[in-house]
Design a binder for this molecule. Structure first.
Ligand SMILES: [Zn+2]
Length: 282
């Protein structure tokens, strides 16, 4: 076990499998040897250090340090994905808020009754292996857009932060043209990870979540959207400025509910930073 700060722990001794159903808990599939557990913890620690080497990573780690609930990073039996799972689903949602079972807005039911958030924050288990997410066959492996180990870790830690604070809403997104980010929490996690990626100069930004999970590079997704919205001619605005305007309805509420996080993000020097480019409140 490696304790990073008060509430963030890397625990490599047990390997977990993703729950089959949404909102179930991960199950233990095997024990790691001491050597394998140490290797896992060293690997995750290295990724956290790399993540914290960028301003966006520092903002997210700073946000996590303010969470009162414990967060555990544990090995996953699957290298295909990573995920943050609240130990107490209800406590991970604001008091009185609906708990959704999918991004279509279906309610999560227990004994036939819709489950309601209680707030206060939940302990979180993050299933994460310290590798890049890759696709393709053996000879044509490539890391997916937004799929470097640090990007994936940052994405999951944004989820963990919201669950730990009891502010995760996972509210379904509006279905306007080009809306491919899924629920509000996926939108937020992808947004923050894209700022993180662009901070290093990367222009390969993630443009979707869900069905075609890794299908999009953001440039293409937003261009399509903007092409539909604008008649002709050159658009002098940057991708970041266009995104800030196009997604204003999702960004403005988050700026209010995540004021400290957004204040930190707004100061980050990155070519893609819609938090910075979001116009002042009006
Ligand atoms: Zn996610």
């Amino acid at each position: 076990m490696t304790v990073l700060f008060r509430n963030l722990t890397i625990e490599g001794s047990l390997v977990y499998r993703f729950p089959l159903h949404t909102r179930d808990q991960p199950t233990v599939v095997r024990h790691n040897t001491d050597a394998a557990a140490r290797q896992y913890e060293t690997g995750v620690l290295a990724r956290l250090v790399a993540m914290g080497g960028r301003a966006t990573g520092q903002v997210v780690l700073g946000a996590l340090s303010r969470v009162s609930r414990p967060i555990f990073l544990v090995p996953s039996s699957s290298d295909e994905n990573a995920g943050a799972i609240p130990v107490n689903v209800q406590a991970s949602r604001p008091a009185g808020a609906p708990v959704y079972s999918n991004d279509r807005g279906d309610r999560f039911l227990q004994n036939g009754r819709p489950v309601i958030g209680t707030g206060g924050g939940s302990p979180v288990v993050v299933l994460f292996n310290p590798h890049d997410l890759q696709v393709g066959d053996r000879r044509h492996r490539r890391t997916v857009v937004g799929g470097s180990a640090e990007e994936v870790l940052l994405h999951e830690l944004v989820h963990a932060y919201r669950m730990g604070c009891g502010t995760m809403t996972s509210a379904p997104g509006p279905r306007f043209g080009g809306e491919v980010f899924g629920n509000d929490d996926e939108f937020l996690a992808i947004l923050v990870a894209n700022i993180f990626s662009s901070e290093s100069g990367s222009t390969a930004l993630r443009g979707s979540h869900g069905g075609g999970m890794w299908r999009g590079a953001l440039g293409a997704a937003v261009s399509l959207m903007m092409d539909a919205a604008l008649p002709f001619g050159a658009d002098a605005r940057t991708l970041s400025q266009r995104f800030a305007e196009e997604y204003r309805n999702r960004l403005v509420p988050l700026r209010t509910s995540e004021a400290a996080l957004f204040a930190g993000l707004a100061r980050i020097n990155a070519h893609f930073n819609p938090v910075r480019d979001l116009a002042a409140p009006r």
